[in-house]
Design a protein around this ligand. Structure first.
Ligand SMILES: [Zn+2]
Length: 103
């Protein structure tokens, strides 16, 4: 599964939550990869807004958002993620803490 290629293909479908311009030419950087879980930093080329996307790759090769059970990733989900991160005031590194360490 070429996760970065997948995100690159889909990026143009979404807009930056800050400057509202297309993310088609955004910068993508893979920050973490553990099993089927990927954390990717997306940086807007226009305003340098950076946010994180957590993805889980399923066995069938489909890529699904980690924030919902089994629904395919959708524009609404990514836009909601944008909204949440736009209001997030903590350090971005806090979002990278392994989930199991908090449980
Ligand atoms: Zn922007």
């Amino acid at each position: 599964m070429d996760i970065m290629g997948f995100l690159r293909q889909r990026a143009g479908d979404f807009r930056c939550p800050v400057c509202r311009r297309s993310l088609a030419d955004c910068e993508l950087r893979q920050l973490a990869h553990q099993g089927p879980h990927y954390t990717v930093q997306v940086t807007c080329r226009h305003c340098s807004m950076a946010f994180l996307v957590a993805l889980e790759v399923q066995g069938g090769g489909a890529t699904e958002a980690d924030t919902k059970e089994r629904d395919p990733i959708s524009a609404d989900e990514l836009l909601e993620l944008h909204r949440q991160l736009a209001d997030y005031e903590g350090p971005l590194t806090a979002l990278l803490e392994p989930r199991q360490s908090r449980d």
